[in-house]
Design a protein around this ligand. Structure first.
Ligand SMILES: [Zn+2]
Length: 113
């Protein structure tokens, strides 16, 4: 499962950050996920709970902030917000869109003690 490897890489980042910050444990992890990142949030939550088991982030709350998908429309020459890949331009209905943002996932912040 794709979300399992994402959860593992999130845990890797969390562990590195916790070590750097001197946290003995992590209680909350804030992620930023783009609307076009093709990540199933519920599946990611499930996988995260599984991979953090036994780590310093066991039981940590996962806060997920969704960032909008952005695309450039060649028909109306505008940067527009899109909910999914393959959707028409919300401004003009055109289909010549190039995705320009909202495809990434990053660990924004974490809370530890
Ligand atoms: Zn357009």
């Amino acid at each position: 499962m794709h979300e399992m490897s994402i959860a593992e890489s999130v845990l890797g980042i969390v562990e590195d950050t916790a070590r750097r910050e001197g946290f003995a444990r992590v209680t909350e992890v804030r992620l930023e996920i783009g609307a076009l990142a093709a990540i199933e949030i519920e599946a990611l939550r499930f996988c995260f709970d599984a991979v953090v088991h036994g780590s310093l982030a066991q039981g940590a709350r996962l806060e997920i902030e969704a960032t909008p998908g952005m695309a450039w429309c060649f028909d109306c020459s505008k940067s527009v917000e899109v909910a999914a890949r393959g959707e028409p331009c919300p401004a003009c209905g055109g289909s010549k869109l190039q995705v320009s943002g909202g495809t990434e996932m990053r660990v924004k912040d974490l809370v530890g003690a």
